[in-house]
Design a protein around this ligand. Structure first.
Ligand code: PEP
Ligand code: MG
Length: 574
């Protein structure tokens, strides 16, 4: 049966492929049979995942934060015991061998048996431990999903696969990079969540907030995903399929054409040069940065180096990552943000449980609370400044005391490097992200102490409008054109320009065509976005005449009726 679902478009493009269902929360996993010759390999895959999960527990115990409560150890011990229970560690192997099924399916079946046993306990405390069983099984499952086996579809290279999940974390998504899914769809999530950001950076169509997609779609269903319209068509009829194949080719052709702009300078019609930089998550991303003609890196989200691993990267490993980017960009600016961990990006060993993670110990707050972690990163960053045009960016500043503490950390790290005779750029520029309304309103005091500023519109909007950017239930309220947001943006850009402090936007608004002229009109001259969007934005810049847009942007800035703002914006973009 054919049906259509509507969600929130987060990464554009059209994908046509077969559904591959996964879920991390309910252990609903793909079930397929394997030919005999793959059975030994499948058992080995299960054993490797088991070993990796055991190692993960060992490393969690040895990297346990000093201030962690004693319950942390007890909790880990319990989870290790559950992992070693024969029903989780031995029975799945036997099931793979006897039933010739995939490891995920065997794990799911055995987990259900174990959970049923816990359900029968009289004691309420023991009964509740079934949650721990599920958590351990999910940990193991994640390891399996990171190393997929011989799925009958993935073995066929003529078949594109679309990943269907209830929810995906940014860490999950980045882990799927090598598997080259044609698209991602999820039931939950918001347009500026980090999961959405990673999908864009993988240049893969993605629609989130589809509510019941995971329940309604069956493994192997044929799907058409229109990432621009946020539309998903399940099991389409032949004429629809043919129509979308045509649209897909046209879309790809358009992208190819735009790439011809790669080496063109991004000048407006009246001759102003606009810097178009790229946002990256990993050193490998610089190939795409160059391919799309970005002239620098405006935001390296360094915390992605931490995700999906069992131990924290040490100074050498971080230094190598930063240096690789600095050298690879051949003198072009590389802005590396210090870790923005916490909220939706947790790392092993420093996990936090908070009622309101987005308002909790996140980004610079977490770094200041974990001085060793921060010092290690600053040493690696400063050392890398010697090899290119590296700048350091501090996320989520809200008070000047945080900034002062951060600057003291940097000064102390420089002094240590001096004592050790290690070279670094003495003029390294330190910038701050303006993404909390408090910092935007008290901008001058931050601008005085910093060399440059970068507006994180994703968080600025989240915190101004009190809307969780990861929650699809309030996604419709997430509005970059809210008069309060426009007021803050024009205030930040105008003040920074008046003070002569370089200002850029590195949030998702910088990569949205609808807002390019508006931001230019506010006085912005530097944008940083996901690489694949640089050619599109460049084309918009090339067709913009700055003196001609000033009046309209001023009217938009002064308007307070949402309909009027939209109407004026349409005229600006016409
Ligand atoms: C932002 O908040 O706009 C930003 C660029 O940072 P992140 O999306 O990583 O929070
Ligand atoms: Mg942010």
């Amino acid at each position: 049966m054919s049906f259509t679902l509507h969600g929130i478009s987060v990464s554009s493009g059209i994908a046509i492929g077969h559904a591959h269902l996964i879920s991390h929360t309910s252990l609903e996993v793909a079930h397929y049979m394997l030919p005999k010759q793959f059975i030994a390999e499948e058992i080995a895959r299960f054993e490797a995942a088991l070993l990796a999960t055991r190692d993960e527990f060992t490393s969690l115990r040895s990297n346990r934060p000093t201030h962690a409560a004693a319950e942390f150890d007890a909790f880990l011990e319990l989870h290790q015991m559950i992992l070693d229970d024969p029903l989780l560690s031995v029975a799945p192997r036997e099931m793979i061998a006897n039933e010739q099924c995939n490891a995920e399916w065997a794990l799911k079946t055995q987990t259900e048996t174990l959970v049923a046993q816990f359900d029968e306990f009289e004691d309420a405390y023991l009964r509740e431990r079934k949650t721990d069983v599920t958590q351990v099984a999910e940990r193991l499952l994640k390891k399996l999903l990171g190393q997929p086996g011989h799925h009958p579809l993935s073995a066929r290279h003529d078949v594109e696969m679309i990943l269907v999940a209830h929810d995906l974390s940014p860490a999950d998504l980045i882990q799927f990079k090598p598997h080259q899914y044609a698209a991602f769809i999820t039931d939950v999530g918001g347009a500026t969540s980090h999961t959405a950001i990673v999908a864009r950076s993988l240049n893969t169509p993605c629609v989130v907030g589809l509510h019941h997609a995971r329940e309604l779609i069956r493994e192997d269903d044929v799907l058409i995903l229109d990432g621009d319209q946020g539309v998903l068509i399940v099991n389409p009829d032949k004429p629809i399929l043919a129509e979308y194949k045509l649209r897909q080719s046209a879309w790809e052709l358009e992208r190819k054409k735009l790439k011809r702009l790669r080496t063109a300078r991004a000048n407006t019609l009246d001759g102003a040069l606009i810097e178009l930089h790229a946002n990256i998550e990993k050193p490998e991303d610089i190939a795409e940065v160059k391919e799309n003609g970005a002239t620098g890196i405006g935001l390296f989200r360094s915390e992605f180096l931490f995700l999906n691993r069992d131990s924290l990267p040490n100074e050498e490993e971080q230094f190598e990552a930063y240096r690789t980017v600095a050298v690879g960009m051949e003198g072009q600016p590389v802005t590396i943000r210090t870790f923005d961990l916490g909220a939706d990006k947790q790392i092993k060993g420093v996990e936090r449980v908070a009622n309101n993670p987005a308002l909790g110990l996140r980004a610079i707050r977490l770094c200041l609370a974990e001085p060793q972690l921060f010092r290690t990163q600053l040493r690696a960053l400063l050392r890398a400044t010697h090899y290119g045009n590296v700048k350091i960016l501090i996320p989520m500043l809200s008070s000047v005391s945080e900034l002062n503490q951060t600057l003291q950390f940097i000064a102390a790290t420089k002094q240590n490097l001096d004592e050790e005779g290690i070279p670094y750029d003495r003029e390294v520029k330190i910038g701050g992200m303006i993404e909390i309304p408090a910092a935007a309103l008290a901008l001058k005091v931050f601008a005085k102490k910093l060399d440059f500023l970068s507006i994180g519109t994703n968080d600025l909007i989240q915190y101004t409008l009190a809307i969780d950017r990861t929650d699809e239930e309030v996604a419709h309220l997430y509005d970059p054109l809210h008069p309060a947001v426009l007021h803050l943006l024009s205030h930040i850009i105008g003040t920074a320009n008046k003070l002569g402090v370089p200002i850029s936007v590195c949030g998702e608004m910088a990569g949205e065509l609808a807002y390019t002229r508006l931001l230019l009109g506010f006085g912005l001259r530097e944008f940083s976005m996901f690489s694949a969007q640089v050619p599109n934005i460049k084309q918009r810049v090339l067709t913009t005449n700055l003196p001609k847009i000033v009046l309209l942007t001023q009217r938009i800035r002064r308007a307070d009726d949402p309909m009027k703002i939209r109407e004026l914006l349409e005229r600006l973009n016409a």
